[in-house]
Design a protein around this ligand. Structure first.
Ligand code: 2AM
Length: 176
């Protein structure tokens, strides 16, 4: 079994984000730079067969590249997660997240949640909301990945099992 989720990697904005966070009185325990991502769909514990099905589903998925402004902070009190995210985001992001969640649901995975709040968790064990100036980062996402989450004595680590380019569905040139 492996614990899986689909997410957007942050690539070149992960360093500016942790640099920004670490200069601020940001609550909680900072997530390491290497672990930053924007979750698209949480899947949970998957068998080998389910993992293969998710890899096939990821390869079939189409979505144009996404530009997402990370311009607000937020806090999930139950999860004690403090995060940055967009105030508004492209509809294609919601469509992609929903499609990936449904791929999981069709094979018995997911957490049953229907809503989607795009966010990048910057810290855990946060007992309060961040009270900082608004962030101003632009995520230009050109790929998405299926990640495996592994617990190690040094903490959790996220390994991409596969990544696919964000590309729109090819136009039908046959005029059909
Ligand atoms: P997060 O983005 O809010 O931190 C890997 O564990 C990723 O999946 C994390 O990014 C985490 O959310 C998300 N995740 C973990 N457990 C989850 C759950 N039960 N429901 C939804 N998302 C979850």
């Amino acid at each position: 079994m492996s614990r899986l989720f689909f997410a957007l990697p942050l690539d070149e904005i992960s360093l500016p984000l942790v640099t920004w966070r670490d200069r601020l009185p940001w609550p909680g325990q900072g997530v390491p730079q290497a672990n930053l991502h924007l979750t698209l769909a949480f899947l949970g514990e998957a068998s080998e067969q389910q993992r293969e099905q998710l890899l096939a589903a990821g390869a079939r998925q189409h979505c144009p590249p996404l530009t997402i402004a990370l311009d607000r902070t937020g806090w999930f009190p139950r999860a004690k997660a403090a995060w940055v995210g967009p105030r508004q985001w492209p509809n294609e992001l919601t469509v992609l997240a929903r499609a990936l969640r449904r791929h999981g649901e069709r094979i018995g995975l997911g957490n049953g949640e229907q809503g989607y709040t795009p966010h990048v968790t910057l810290s855990r064990k946060a007992g309060e909301a961040p009270a900082t100036p608004a962030p101003d980062f632009l995520l230009q996402a050109t790929r998405f990945c299926l990640y495996q989450s592994t617990s190690t004595p040094d903490g959790v680590s996220y390994e991409p099992l596969a990544c696919w380019p964000l590309r729109p569905r090819a136009k039908n040139t046959d005029g059909i």
